[in-house]
Design a protein. Structure first.
Length: 564
């Protein structure tokens, strides 16, 4: 069958299976390096997997007296659906419309539905790697802690295979329609970014609506949830009703189990068939429109002369080139800035919607000294700089055009300063989040807010220099779709791991100062001083590496002085 052969080919290409096979027979060192990187990824999620398993076990123990232990399964299914909807907008768009093999596939005697189905299969397999760390602990804890029948394990395999299907179908249908509606517009990139942002905010709004409790009705709500049969399960599954069917298919018996499993299977199957049918009609139209190039705007002589007369520093020119490249590529833009929206929302939505914000704020004000609060606000900005892949994929995003940067007649120091400026500009987008939170909820004075924002920029310095150094050390330039430059770039993960180690080290350093009885302001200054020192070390390493990578001789010292 043509579809099966095409799907297997897509899997081999996207997961580098053919390359691994070639390495095994021809370059054993490269093969072992690839296996080592995979082992590093697995080891990096090991601690999180363990902590999540403990959390699931505690949730099971807390729900046992209520007779609603099935909530661990429902919660895991809802969480995976939410993550798939959030994390796959850019990835699905990249695989469907920006893969380099599309020009070849379109020229072959294949139907649009077959191409789309093979691409969907690649996305589906990729998402199994995302959901397994969240579903397996819940399925395992419930299965081993309950006197469960043998068919539970069989049906759990079916549920795991189907878990990402419905969310991916929703995301894929949305993108098919979005690309079709915007393919002929001159502002299609802007419209697509607005559409992606609207979908993201819509999912957060639904999570807020279905997960919130009206003020003053907390006691009635808790009573109705805890005393009603399956009250917790019904409440959790309001955000994603198919999770209720999947849960009942796992834990119910008789016809109830059969009907819920059948409904879950039918909904998943109908969703996939509907996606292929819609793609058969509109996939090519969105694809062809995306390949058109808009004619440049004519500039009048006065306007051209005014623009040519503007003089910017080389560092600013490099930073603006990076920002323009980011804005003109919706996938880069969305993936690089998603964390700036997602992480604050994930942290705030449960607290604000659950009505516990006042309790958290009162405890924070009573138990945490003000300098430590300000340091915590700065640490949040530093985390945004670390987890947003703007710096950790800065060189990789240039791809095969990296040689153009190597030919620009600038020194390595100027290149790195421009990249650093660009990363700081994106990290500064987290400043309004802290500013708004301090203005709305925290009794910080204006000077304290400025101090917190300054701490955030200082704590961002080691995160940015470390991320840039890792990406320049082994840039991933040979990608075939834009999303791979970020989502399948091991440098992003390595930067997160390295930055997390730095953050943990700074935390223990601050804790050491605290246990020694230091003044809170001394702790504040001590932590920021060490952060500056670490950032400077990585800056030196980055600059030395850049002199090799850019293959351009720096001007002598007197020229550098004249430049300044």
């Amino acid at each position: 069958m043509m579809f099966v052969r095409l799907l297997l080919l897509q899997l081999r290409v996207n997961f580098s299976l053919s390359a691994l096979r070639w390495y095994w027979f021809n370059d054993r060192k490269k093969f072992l390096t690839s296996i080592g990187i995979m082992a590093l990824i697995v080891a990096s999620i090991g601690p999180l997997f363990y902590l999540y398993s403990i959390f699931v076990l505690e949730t099971f123990a807390a729900a046992a007296p209520l007779g609603q232990t099935e909530v661990v399964l429902t919660s895991a299914l809802v969480l995976t659906a939410f993550l798939i909807a959030m994390l796959n907008l850019g990835f699905v768009l990249s695989v469907f419309y920006y893969s380099r093999d599309l020009a070849l596939l379109v020229s072959l005697p294949l139907r649009p539905g077959e191409i789309l189905a093979s691409k969907f299969g690649v996305v589906l397999v990729y998402n199994y790697l995302i959901i397994l760390p969240f579903l397996l602990p819940a399925i395992g804890v419930f299965g081993f802690q309950s006197a469960i029948r043998w068919d539970y394990w069989l049906i759990s395999g079916v549920v795991v295979l189907l878990a990402p299907v419905i969310p991916l179908v929703v995301v894929s249908l949305f993108l098919l329609v979005l690309m079709r509606l915007t393919n002929l517009s001159q502002k299609r990139d802007a419209l697509r970014m607005m559409g992606l942002l609207g979908f993201f905010l819509g999912v957060l709004a639904l999570n807020w609506i279905f997960g919130s409790v009206r003020p003053g009705e907390e006691a009635t709500f808790i009573e109705s949830v805890l005393l009603a049969q399956d009250g917790l399960i019904h409440f959790v599954s309001r955000m994603y009703p198919p999770a209720l069917w999947a849960t009942r298919a796992l834990v119910a018996s008789g016809l109830t189990q059969f009907y819920n499993l059948l409904g879950y299977l039918l909904l998943s199957g109908v969703g996939v068939i509907g996606l292929i049918e819609v793609g058969q009609r509109i996939f090519y139209e969105g694809l062809i429109g995306g390949e058109e190039v808009r004619r440049g705007r004519h500039l009048a002589d006065d306007d051209l002369g005014r623009r040519l007369g503007r003089v910017h520093s080389p560092e600013w020119a490099i930073a603006m080139r990076e920002i323009k490249y980011l804005i003109r590529t919706p996938i880069f833009f969305f993936n690089s800035l998603l964390i700036l929206l997602a992480l604050p929302a994930i942290l705030l939505v449960p607290v604000v919607a659950g009505g516990t914000l006042e309790v958290v704020l009162s405890g924070l004000e009573a138990e945490v000294p003000r300098p430590v609060q300000l340091l915590g606000g700065g640490a949040f900005i530093g985390m945004m700089a670390l987890f947003a892949p703007a710096a950790s994929s800065s060189f990789s995003r240039e791809g095969r055009q990296f040689w153009i940067s190597q030919l620009i007649p600038l020194s390595a120091r100027q290149h790195i300063r421009g990249k650093l400026l660009y990363a700081f500009l994106l990290a500064a987008l987290a400043l309004p989040v802290v500013l708004l939170g301090a203005w709305l909820w925290l009794p910080w004075r204006p000077l304290e807010i400025v101090i917190a924002l300054g701490a955030g920029l200082i704590l961002s310095f080691p995160m940015i220099t470390l991320s840039l150094w890792i990406d320049l050390l082994r840039p991933y330039l040979d990608w075939d779709s834009p999303d791979k430059a970020i989502k399948q770039n091991i440098n992003v993960l390595l930067a997160m791991l390295g930055g997390s180690v730095v953050f943990v080290g700074l935390y223990f350093w601050g804790r050491f100062l605290f246990e020694r009885g230091q003044d809170p302001w001394m702790i504040y200054g001590g932590v920021l001083g060490v952060a500056l020192l670490i950032g400077y070390v990585f800056w030196v390493l980055l600059y030395r590496l850049a002199r090799i990578r850019y293959r351009f001789v720096d001007p002598p010292p007197n020229d550098e002085v004249r430049e300044r």
